[in-house]
Write a protein that binds this ligand. Sequence first.
Ligand SMILES: *[C@@H]1O[C@H](CO)[C@@H](O)[C@H](O)[C@H]1NC(C)=O
Ligand SMILES: *[C@@H]1O[C@H](CO)[C@@H](O)[C@H](O)[C@H]1NC(C)=O
Ligand SMILES: *[C@@H]1O[C@H](CO)[C@@H](O)[C@H](O)[C@H]1NC(C)=O
Ligand SMILES: *[C@@H]1O[C@H](CO)[C@@H](O)[C@H](O)[C@H]1NC(C)=O
Ligand SMILES: [Zn+2]
Length: 527
Amino acid sequence: MKALVLLLISSALISGSLGKPVFPEREKDPKFWNAWAQKTLKNALTLQDLNKNQAKNLILFLGDGMGVPTVTAARILKGQLSGQSGEETLLEMDKFPFLSLAKTYNTNSQVPDSAGTATAYLCGVKANEGTVGVSAAAVRSDCNTTEGNQVTSILKWAKDAGKSVGIVTTTRVNHATPSAAYAHSVDRDWYSDNEMPAEALQAGCKDIARQLFENIPNIDVVMGGGRKYMFPKNESDVEYPNVAKHSGTRKDGRNLVQEWITKMQNKNSHYVWNKSQLLSLNPANVEYLLGLFEPGDLPYELERNTDTDPSLTEMVDVAIKILKKNPNGFYLLVEGGRIDHGHHEGKAKQALHEAVEMDRAIGRADLLTSTHDTMTVVTADHSHVFNFGGYTVRGNTIFGLAPMLSDVDQKPFTAILYGNGPGYKIVNSARENVSTIDYQDNNYQAQAAVPLSMETHGGEDVAVFAKGPLAHLLHGVNEQNYIPHVMAYAACIGQNRDHCSTRGNGEHLHPSLAALVSLLTITRLIC
Ligand SMILES: *[C@@H]1O[C@H](CO)[C@@H](O)[C@H](O)[C@H]1NC(C)=O
Ligand SMILES: *[C@@H]1O[C@H](CO)[C@@H](O)[C@H](O)[C@H]1NC(C)=O
Ligand SMILES: *[C@@H]1O[C@H](CO)[C@@H](O)[C@H](O)[C@H]1NC(C)=O
Ligand SMILES: *[C@@H]1O[C@H](CO)[C@@H](O)[C@H](O)[C@H]1NC(C)=O
Ligand SMILES: [Zn+2]
């Protein structure tokens, strides 16, 4: 019976994708919408009782390139993957009570890149494009502008305050986003010494992979890709021993993984390079974890070999279970790093499945933490020139066609389109007729207005979703570098701790009350 109902629902949705709108009968009744809105209002009224706890734990989920159109399209996709029409679906991030917009521009760029923006939302300072962990006084690729211009990240502030810290990404662990958490590099592309100019090495600049191990002592959890940058040049890869492009890259001949293993021995530390090793760990017995699952970036979720590579959700699950053992709490940076790559390739289906997977990871983190003591923020570094439109009917597959032909060339068009990118395609000196090809293929490149081998970032604001202690401070339209200031304030780390109680992880107190408490504490000590 249940199967029959499901079958009926899915066949109804298929007819929806053919152009007939499908929506539940109850939506015709005003009572349905009124009741839903009243329930939302009731929930909103409870938010007047603000959560002013001190945040013990901080989690930042960063969807690389996850602009607002990507969030909406991922929501519809997630709903459709579970048999709904999709528009009404709630993403995990949609359930966060507080929302703001972040202005993403870099100091020298109206439309930003992932390096300058990472410096903003991790180090609290806007910076030039292409640079990580240095202020805007540093010039891209100019090694000699590094010294004196380094800025530190909230991951370091958290570590200095005795918290455990972690980085989990689907890209290389030395890619732009994660690297701003630990490195100071005037060039995001200096992955290992192999990618650096000789002058920069001579002038004393260090590659980013090396800085991962040398800058902040003992980052507790690091998971992602990027193995090849850690091994000596030409040393064959453990997983792809016969593929030369996956071999080690380091010209200095160092084996950073072996150095880490040696340094961390007797500290309940584990290095893993595949999924079965990761999932066989008991997080209760692990203090330090280094997981490098691919020589470069991890594969797209749609192409992942589920026997060898963990999903983002699986990595986040293990990371939080390890980090949360610290009674002082933790800071965790999670990057859904390949949403951006899917868009750059014009492959909207890859990008949106990456976004849905990050949303699953947000759900897993929710199960493992409490809003009582954990502040979680979900945002993007920047947007893309990705969009969807065309008056599609309710329940239309997100990868489907608009329900009309162009009134200019009389051809169909997909709802998803890019402003520029590799999907620009002329066939017989005219726009391609998408009905002659499989526009629902995983690697279909949606049409773009301007031909470019790589689709570009977008310049509009991105959403910042927040929940947990002091999440309401993320409201309105703000500069992107405001984010770590709020998170640090909520956790009483970094600068600006005057508001913090002397009792550690307790409730926030009014400053004068806090002064009274400390006076009483001192008095008690004296007596
Ligand atoms: C820094 O290096 C660049 C070359 O990379 C050079 O042109 C410049 O003069 C140097 N500046 C200083 C202050 O040494
Ligand atoms: C690595 O291999 C290339 C190609 O075989 C060779 O030219 C290069 O000298 C090797 N480098 C090292 C450090 O072994
Ligand atoms: C995972 O790594 C372990 C340890 O090196 C190895 O024994 C195992 O075969 C690997 N599994 C896969 C699927 O590669
Ligand atoms: C587009 O392709 C479809 C499917 O082959 C065809 O029915 C339609 O006539 C084509 N439209 C134009 C304008 O060529
Ligand atoms: Zn990008």
